[in-house]
Ligand binder design. Structure first.
Ligand code: G3P
Length: 218
C-alpha cells in the first residue's frame, strides 16, 4: 500500500520524506489555507516546493466548478511538474474534466467521494485515483471502511485501473484496516503515520537493552 501524507505543510512533508516511507502528497484548498497560501502565484510556487521534496505524486486541487475553469486550472497545475495529479471534485462537470485530462494523459484524483456509485463513475471517466473520505463518513455514523470494501470489490470485478486512495484517514487503525481490505493508497496526517510505528514494549525493551549495555560496559 502506498503512503501519501495529507498536508500542505512543508516541514511535515520533509519529515515523512526523510523517514523513507513516503510515496506522495495530497492537498486540498482547506489545507492550503491552513498554511496561509493565497493567490495564484503563491499557490503554484507552493505546489512546486512540495514537488521538490517528494519523489511521488502530488495532488493539487482545482477551485473552479465548471468544466472550462477546471480544464484551465488543471492544465496550469499539470504544466508545473510531472508529479502533479489534478484533483477534481466528484460533480458532473468534474467527471467531464476527468475524462478530458485522462484523454490528455494527465493524472487525476477524483475527490469528495462518499458512495460506491460515485467511485464507479470516477473509474469509468478514467481517474487515476479515487478518494473515498473514510473519516467524514465515520463522523456521520456510517462505517467508512465499508465503502473502501465495496469499491475494492467493484474495481476488481471489472479490472478498473483507478487506484483506491483512502482519504480522510484520521488514525492508525484506519491505515491498518485499509491495508487489510486492499486499498491501493492511504492519505493521512503525519500523526497517524507516526502512531503506526509506536509500541510501548519497543520503548521498554530498548530502554532495558541500553541500560544493560551501559552496565556491562561501565
Ligand atoms: O484528502 C481528503 C482529506 O483531506 C479530508 O480529510 O480529515 O478533513 O476529513 P478530513
Amino acid at each position: 500500500m502506498k503512503f501519501f501524507i495529507d498536508t500542505a505543510n512543508l516541514a511535515e512533508i520533509q519529515e515523512a520524506q526523510d523517514m523513507g516511507i513516503l510515496d506522495g502528497v495530497t492537498t486540498n484548498p482547506s489545507l492550503m489555507a491552513k498554511e496561509g497560501i493565497t493567490g495564484e502565484a503563491n499557490v503554484l510556487k507552493h505546489y512546486q516546493a512540495i514537488c521538490d521534496i517528494v519523489d511521488g505524486d502530488v495532488s493539487a486541487e482545482v477551485i473552479s466548478t465548471d468544466f472550462e475553469g477546471m480544464v484551465k486550472e488543471g492544465l496550469a497545475l499539470a504544466a508545473l511538474d510531472p508529479k502533479i495529479v489534478v484533483k477534481v471534485p466528484m460533480i458532473k462537470e468534474g467527471v467531464k474534466a476527468i475524462r478530458f485530462f485522462s484523454d490528455q494523459g494527465i493524472k487525476t484524483n477524483c475527490t469528495l467521494v462518499f458512495s460506491a456509485g460515485q467511485a464507479l463513475i470516477a473509474a469509468k471517466a478514467g481517474a487515476t485515483y479515487v478518494s473515498p473520505f473514510i473519516g467524514r463518513l465515520d463522523d456521520i455514523s456510517t462505517d467508512g471502511m465499508d465503502l473502501i470494501e465495496s469499491i475494492r470489490v467493484i474495481y476488481d470485478n471489472y479490472g478498473f485501473e483507478t487506484e483506491i486512495l483512502a482519504a480522510s484517514v484520521r488514525h492508525p487503525m484506519h491505515i491498518l484496516q485499509c491495508a487489510e481490505i486492499g486499498a491501493d493508497v492511504m492519505t493521512g496526517p503525519l500523526s497517524a503515520i507516526n502512531a503506526l510505528l509506536k509500541h510501548p514494549l519497543t520503548d521498554i525493551g530498548l530502554e532495558k537493552f541500553l541500560a544493560d549495555h551501559k552496565k556491562a560496559n561501565s
